[in-house]
Write a protein that binds this ligand. Sequence first.
Ligand SMILES: Nc1ncnc2c1ncn2[C@@H]1O[C@H](COP(=O)(O)OP(=O)(O)OP(=O)(O)O)[C@@H](O)[C@H]1O
Length: 283
Amino acid sequence: MARDTSDITVPAVAAHQVTVALGGRAILHGVDLTVRRGETVALLGANGSGKSTLVKTIVGLYPVDGGRIELFGTPLPGFRSWQRVGYVPQRTTAAAGVPATVGEVVASGLLTPRTWISRRGRADRGAVREALATVGMLDRIGDPVAALSGGQQQRVLIARALARRPDLLIMDEPMAGVDLVSQQTFADTLGELSKQGTTILLVLHELGPLAPLIDRTVVLRSGVVLYDGAPVEHGEDDPFHGHERPEHDHVHPHDAPSEAPGTPACPPGPTPVDTLKVKEARA
Ligand SMILES: Nc1ncnc2c1ncn2[C@@H]1O[C@H](COP(=O)(O)OP(=O)(O)OP(=O)(O)O)[C@@H](O)[C@H]1O
């Protein structure tokens, strides 16, 4: 794993008051999110709360309409070190109609504009094999990716992100459709990457086997940060668990941004944060 030797006091991700509109509709309303070097942060929230929109904006797939995002201290429009960032999008098929093998899909994660036409070296082939072994798919390296199940394709996409040995790994619901055994293997892999200093941002619906790895959770609701602090899990008693609230009620897009970690980013008073269980067992 390549070591991150740049200034570790600069956060890997710093989003300040980020506003994003899609299809003419505001989706994110002044979101603040900081992910420090070496942290593992879980982004939680109900369906449609804006989690995918936020991570897609962080990796430059959606433009920022207001506010700003910095990756490793560089404002996004000028950020060029994409080889430092591994991104696994929300469940898509790795096949996408392309007649590629598993090995080729993973190797595509190593491509930069300069390597599109160059021959891949032994080191790259080693990185591909190592990444596939990590997700337990090395034995399928020569198979057409279209012949894999959805969960296996998800593991191939994870391997593609790992192959570039990123300093920052961003994954959007990586556990979706992945069986329990593979989830535990994946949790072990992330734990190893974290020990080696990789910064990890995960969109999750529940912490599950990843719970011991999570340093901090950020909860979105209706495009605003509802909570930023010690790891929490949606409680079964949360009436909005798994559902988007029908209205913004007391959470206002223009309220003060989230403050210190552990501070609910909304005005005092009863909120769904009260129904989130703070994980106390964490050492
Ligand atoms: N390309 C798009 N154009 C218009 N609206 C979009 C687009 N992508 C997402 N949205 C809308 O933005 C809102 C947030 O969607 P997003 O996918 O970010 O939520 P999410 O929290 O990731 O949800 P889920 O947990 O279901 O994946 C939703 O209301 C969705 O309909």
